[in-house]
Every structure is written in C-alpha cells, then in structure tokens.
Design a protein around this ligand. Structure first.
Ligand SMILES: C[S@@+](CC[C@H](N)C(=O)[O-])C[C@H]1O[C@@H](n2cnc3c(N)ncnc32)[C@H](O)[C@@H]1O
Length: 216
C-alpha cells in the first residue's frame, strides 16, 4: 500500500502525519515558529469548526473561500457539507501549512498568499464572487488598516447574497483590539450576529456571522 492509499484511514483514526494528532503537532510547531502570524497554539476544535462551517450552503455548487485555514480544522467541517460541484478555495500565508493542507485535503484549492490581497488572489483563480467566506485569521494581530482592507474585500466578494463568518475568543472580548474589530465589522456589514459561546474549544470562542455589506 502506498502512503497515499494509507492516508484516509490515518486521517479517520486521527493518527498519521495529517491526522488530528499530526495536525496539532504541525500547528503547534508553526505557531511557535511564527507566533505573530498565528495567534493560537492549537487548531480550532471540531465543535467550533462545525459552528463556523454551518454558514456554508449544503446544496448546489457554491463557491466557498476560507482564509487562514492553518492545518484545516475548519476545512474538514466545510468539506463535510459541500456537494461535489462546489468550489472550496483556501488562502494561507504559511508555506508549511500550505504543504500540509495540500497533502491532507487533496480536493481543496490551496492558494499560498496574504489575505490582504484577497481580490487579486481570487482573480487568479477566476473567482469574483463567493457564496461564503469563512475566516480563521488572527484579526487581533492585524493593524486597523489591514483589518479594514481585508473586510472591505470580503464584503465585495460576498456581495448582497453571501455570508461571512469568523471566530473570536470569548476571554478577549473586552480588549481594545477586539472592540475595535467589532466596530469595524459593524461598519462593514449591516448584519452582524454573534453565536452562543462554543465552550468545547480551547479557549472558548464564538462566531460572528455577517451579511449585507453596507457598501452595496
Ligand atoms: C489561528 S490560526 C487558525 C487556523 C485554523 N483556521 C483553525 O481554526 O484552526 C491562523 C491561520 O491564519 C494564517 N494567516 C495569518 N495571517 C494570514 C494572512 N494575512 N493571510 C492568510 N493567512 C494568514 C496563519 O498562518 C494560520 O494558519
């Protein structure tokens, strides 16, 4: 049996280089190497991933864009919902995470690049509009101009019918950076809904679900 053939069973059992344990190890190594780009030491839990992925349409042929997929915790939950004709594009800055994702998720279109160039990166894939944009980006590590720029591009990509979802840690809600991000979300989208806290995540987190960009 080749290593490729062995891969799905390994992933299912959580073992192997691209299984859940391998993903946790790869994530921690990357986060320690580059803490200023990760903002977390462990991937999102399946519970948080399921909540954030719940915005992804289950029928038809939607275009779904994932920002900052890391080792693919949310990718797995998104893939589980997608019909065969859907398009799932992931934009990731860290080259090692890109390599990990390409091996672990062969059906995923992985683009190595900076989410701040969202329009240009999607244009290279022939994409102008997406039905859903799902983010695992560490917003608190970005300056305000970067947050505003990425969110403005997300808003134009989802248009009037799409949805944007991103998570935040509950313990950080009162921090100035989190309050500023929330203000920017409200300035960008007419509809910003917070989900209940997902306690089965380390640390506990919630999801912002945003629709109806104000610029349209
Ligand atoms: C907190 S991790 C989240 C990973 C995964 N979505 C999860 O929930 O487990 C943040 C990820 O965003 C990536 N990232 C950070 N800045 C980025 C940027 N400007 N463009 C694209 N990816 C970025 C990091 O390399 C990392 O993989």
């Amino acid at each position: 049996m080749t290593s490729d053939e062995a891969y799905p069973a390994e992933r299912e059992s959580g073992e192997g280089r691209t299984g859940r344990r391998g993903a946790r190890r790869a994530f921690l190594a990357a986060a320690l190497r580059n803490p200023g780009q990760f903002g977390a030491v462990a991937p999102s839990s399946p519970s948080l991933a399921a909540v954030i992925a719940s915005v992804v349409p289950t029928a038809g042929a939607p275009v779904v864009v994932e920002l900052g997929p890391g080792t693919g915790a949310m990718t797995t939950a998104i893939e589980a919902r997608l019909a065969p004709d859907a398009r799932h594009v992931a934009i990731e800055l860290d080259p090692r995470m890109v390599g990990f994702l390409r091996q672990a998720h062969p059906g995923l279109e992985v683009v190595e690049g900076d989410a701040v160039k969202l329009h240009a990166l999607l244009a290279e894939c022939g994409i102008e509009q997406a039905d859903a944009v799902v983010s695992g980006l560490p917003w608190a590590l970005f300056d305000e101009a970067t947050q505003v720029s990425i969110l403005a591009q997300v808003a134009s990509v989802i248009g009037s019918d799409g949805v944007f979802a991103t998570f935040a840690y509950r313990h950080g809600m009162a921090l100035a950076a989190a309050r500023r991000f929330r203000r920017t979300l409200h300035a960008t989208f007419a509809e910003v809904v917070l989900t209940p806290t997902v306690w089965r995540n380390m640390p506990p987190a919630f999801v912002y679900v945003c629709r109806r960009p104000r610029t349209l």
